[in-house]
Ligand binder design. Sequence first.
Ligand code: NAD
Ligand code: DAU
Length: 355
Amino acid sequence: MILVTGSAGFIGSNFVLDWCAQHDEPVVNLDKLTYAGNLENLATLKDNPRHIFVQGDIGDAALVGRLLAEHQPRAVVNFAAESHVDRSIHGPEDFIQTNVVGTFHLLEAVRAYWGGLEGDRKADFRFLHVSTDEVYGSLGRDDPAFTETHRYEPNSPYSASKAASDHLVRAYHHTYGLPVLTTNCSNNYGPYHFPEKLIPLLIVNALAGKALPVYGDGQQIRDWLYVKDHCSAIRCVLEKGRTGEVYNVGGWNEKANLDIVHTVCGLLDELRPRADGKPYSEQIRFVTDRPGHDRRYAIDARKIERELGWKPAETFETGIRKTVHWYLDNQDWVSNVLSGNYRQWVEKNYAGRTE
Ligand code: NAD
Ligand code: DAU
């Protein structure tokens, strides 16, 4: 069995859904259910005896210790984190608490458990830490893409907190020999993506007739990876990765934000045209930029392909079409996440931005 943390969130829930569809191996799912955690993402697993959900904090070492002792997992996959850059700018403390202090307590509990294992069970145990390309900082237009040896230069409270957690994971390998693996991935998109993030926000706002807010000049570049491809990369690293190693994961899909906005508008024009026949791009509004906004991320994903044979299955064109379809087909999921809490966040993040 494996223990997965943060798996009621966007990527974690996709990972657990795929895992249960492809494996007989049971999963214990530990999630605090913050605003970003949503049990509706896991609704299809409700009666699955191979999936056990536990509400709790990765920073609760006693709880994690009990779960490890009871379920004896062969691996821990750590998705749990505060993940939204804009929220980290408005309030960094939760990011330090979960991403840094929480990861530390989780590592301590896992170290104690792993220290008590013997023989093959000890040798085969893995702690996989899911991290981000944002720890590497921002690239110039012509700079080569991030490799695994790129210097850490985090620029937001979010990326700094993820960088700190990566360093702790690394230190637990070097100091205690804990068999860790770290993945640093680019921007994901796909089903169950919370609409505080760019792509689902665009779809939700477009359909509601609201503004499509583009920060600054919209020329910031991100690499985009369909979430199911990220999940397959994590499974691949878990099975074949060399302990102590870092693997960059990316989609070879560098896009400027404004191009993403136009692609989403174009798909909606085709699949759900506006009642007045006008294009959704009429709703685009350029708004005040994100403070400290990183200009460009790009991932060099050759190591994971060369060493482990992983490659993304989706192109951006196929993945974004699937994603727009998913949101159109899952309007109940969308309306359930647009709670009062969500509306407060939208007010906080966008009200002060001038056009
Ligand atoms: P998310 O915000 O959608 O989900 C995070 C989940 O973690 C939620 O279910 C939340 O309830 C849970 N959680 C938060 N604090 C917790 C705590 N203290 N204890 C237990 N659970 C807690 O995030 P996501 O986009 O799914 O990202 C998952 C991981 O992948 C994060 O570590 C993130 O840094 C990393 N990552 C994300 C992306 C991306 O594009 N979304 C890209 C690369 C890496
Ligand atoms: O690169 C990986 C990271 O990708 C992950 O580590 C983070 O957890 C994840 O949230 C994501 O971070 P970004 O900041 O890149 O994602 P976000 O969707 O918030 O923004 C994508 C780009 O779009 C970014 O350049 C900011 C811009 N943006 C975002 C929003 C929400 C806008 O222009 N308007 C918006 O309203």
